[in-house]
Design a protein around this ligand. Structure first.
Ligand code: FPP
Length: 254
């Protein structure tokens, strides 16, 4: 795996426009530490993290990325203090309140994956309104993982398939990778279901229950930058690292 520091040497690198990853997924980590470094409450970091989402969305769309999936809240994040959870539930409301007109201008379409029925009403409404307001856009998909967990997603997919078998719509022999992928929350992304590139910020190098099936052949890039400090240079550096990789998907070098 390739890692680079907060001040990447590849700043200002030349990217190959023909090899921009179609689907980029990001584990946005380090908001709390960023705030603590500034002697501010953790939620101050989340607020700044929201601003980073705006910048990165714009830049990713300009680069020609087709799908940007952002891990905004996991099924395990409910374990955090109530005040922080409440703040995180308000963020999508504030984000879409202020940013939907820009998303429309940028031709970005909002999608959400996760157990959204368990989110507070106001969060669900903000998300549904943003999906509706951007549904005609045919540019980049901004796909938020909200109350998402990969193991729960896989359990739900297994149940869905079991029900299809029980109903006689599918035979056990016909279950294959395609039918499993179809039952996952990324199915609406069609040919872009699997990320080409996964980025995790803040120096942590783990997947934290994110897209475990879909990341089977993704390139992983870890950066020390805390999410509020992540920007165009860091995104370019991650894509540059991706472009140096030789993706073999289990086969041999071309
Ligand atoms: C992890 O950092 C971050 C989160 C759990 C929340 C991520 C949310 C945002 C970046 C804002 C999302 C914006 C929208 C529009 C929904 P952490 O708090 O675990 O950081 P730490 O590891 O330093 O404590």
């Amino acid at each position: 795996m390739f890692s680079f520091g907060k001040k990447p040497q590849q700043d200002g690198v030349r990217l190959d426009p023909d090899r921009i990853p179609a689907h980029v997924a990001i584990i946005m980590d380090g908001n709390g530490r960023w705030a603590q470094q500034k002697h501010r409450p953790r939620v101050f970091g989340h607020r700044e993290g929201m601003e980073t989402v705006k910048r990165v969305t714009k830049y990713a769309s300009q680069l020609g990325i087709k799908v940007l999936t952002l891990y905004a809240f996991s099924t395990e994040n409910w374990k955090r203090p109530t005040g922080e959870v409440n703040y995180l539930m308000q963020l999508p409301v504030d984000f879409f309140d202020t940013f939907v007109p820009d998303l429309v201008k940028q031709n970005v379409r909002v999608q959400v994956m996760g157990y959204t029925q368990q989110l507070p009403e106001k969060t669900q409404k903000a998300v549904q309104d943003a999906i509706k307001a951007t549904e005609k856009n045919d540019g980049m998909i901004l796909n938020f993982a909200l109350n998402y967990g990969s193991r729960a997603e896989i359990v739900s997919a297994v149940k869905k398939i079991a029900l299809q078998v029980q109903a006689g719509q599918l035979s056990v022999d016909a279950i294959d990778e395609r039918s499993v992928a179809q039952a996952l929350m990324t199915a609406p992304l069609a040919q872009y279901s699997d990320p080409d590139l996964l980025i995790r910020t803040s120096g942590e190098e783990r997947l934290s229950n994110f897209l475990l099936w879909q990341l089977a052949y993704s390139e992983l890039v870890f950066t020390d930058a805390l999410w509020p400090d992540f920007g165009a240079a860091e995104l370019r550096a991650a894509i540059y690292a991706y472009q140096q990789r030789d993706r073999r998907f289990g086969g041999l070098k071309k």
